[in-house]
Design a protein around this ligand. Structure first.
Ligand code: ADP
Ligand code: MG
Length: 269
């Protein structure tokens, strides 16, 4: 019955790669910003105890009263933990270092893999009706990442255009397959996006060729270039789309959002 009352079913995307520093948080923030810029309502869930997505969106630790920790482990309602950001249509559930103990605390919980799934499916209230929910995962395949994958419709994998980029990817794909076979049969791979791409660097081109050979259509056509404006933006607590709207990084994330929307339109048709 409740489903009938809901006007929207958000598309939930887990941004995951167990390697650190590959562009998960940057992609979550800027893809979220690009989607909201084009009129979608977007919620970012910071699921990394480092809280980089929260800081990058200007939510300081002292302003993080309720966080994903309270949402998962203290039954605080969804609407209580959502905060607005400086961008219209872009909201956040922040994280703090408290979340670092969650992985251990979850182990003894009977519903340990489903806590985020259940929390995000609380009936949405007015003003909090999202088209997209993007989950910024920690650099690990731990229970937090499992929660993200069980909650999600799809997994988006940022791949840093560096040596060893494809290493670890089979482990990630195996985890996705396991979750599909057990807790979340509809989970699919949204796509793999090459990040920090340097045109002048043979290695970037080699990684791209390898990725396209091995993963084919799963690799987004859009490539995110290495761009200093992208790396500066978080220290101004802004997505690069606001910090430098015409930078190469901003243009690339807008193109990624467009490609993602088009891909989904095609799949839905
Ligand atoms: P992860 O969340 O996977 O650990 P981050 O998104 O935090 O990775 O990115 C790691 C570092 O690389 C950060 O300092 C970030 O600012 C920088 N970075 C990410 N993408 C780009 C890019 N396209 N150009 C330049 N620097 C980038
Ligand atoms: Mg991160």
């Amino acid at each position: 019955m409740l489903d009938v009352l809901r006007t929207k079913t958000p598309k939930i995307i887990a941004v995951a790669n167990q390697k650190g520093g590959v562009g998960k948080t940057t992609t979550t923030i800027n893809l979220g910003a690009a989607l909201s810029e084009s009129g979608s309502k977007v919620l970012i869930v910071d699921l990394d105890p480092q809280g980089n997505a929260s800081t990058g969106l200007g939510i300081e630790p002292e302003d993080r009263e309720f966080t994903t920790y309270e949402l998962l482990l203290e039954d605080v309602d969804l609407q209580e933990v959502i905060v607005p950001t400086m961008m219209d249509g872009l909201s956040l559930i922040p994280a703090t270092v408290d979340l670092s103990s969650a992985d251990m605390e979850l182990i003894s919980n009977e519903k340990r893999s489903f806590l985020l799934h259940d929390a995000l499916r609380q009936p949405q209230i007015d003003g909090f009706q999202f088209d997209y929910i993007l989950i910024d995962c920690p650099p690990s395949l731990n229970l937090l990442t499992v929660n993200a994958m069980v909650a999600a419709d799809s997994v988006l994998v940022p791949l840093q255009s560096e040596f060893f980029a494809l290493e670890g990817l089979s482990q990630l794909m195996l985890t996705v397959r396991e979750i599909r076979q057990t807790a979340n049969p509809k989970l699919r791979i949204e796509g793999v996006v090459l990040t920090m791409y340097d045109n002048r660097n043979n290695l970037s081109q080699q990684v791209e060729a390898d990725a396209r050979d091995n993963l084919g259509e799963l690799v987004f056509s859009t490539i995110i270039p290495r761009n200093v404006r992208v790396s500066e933006a978080p220290s101004y607590a802004l997505p690069v789309l606001s910090y430098d709207s015409t930078s190469k990084g901003a243009l690339a994330y807008r193109a990624l959002a467009k490609e993602l929307v088009e891909k989904n339109g095609k799949n839905a048709a």
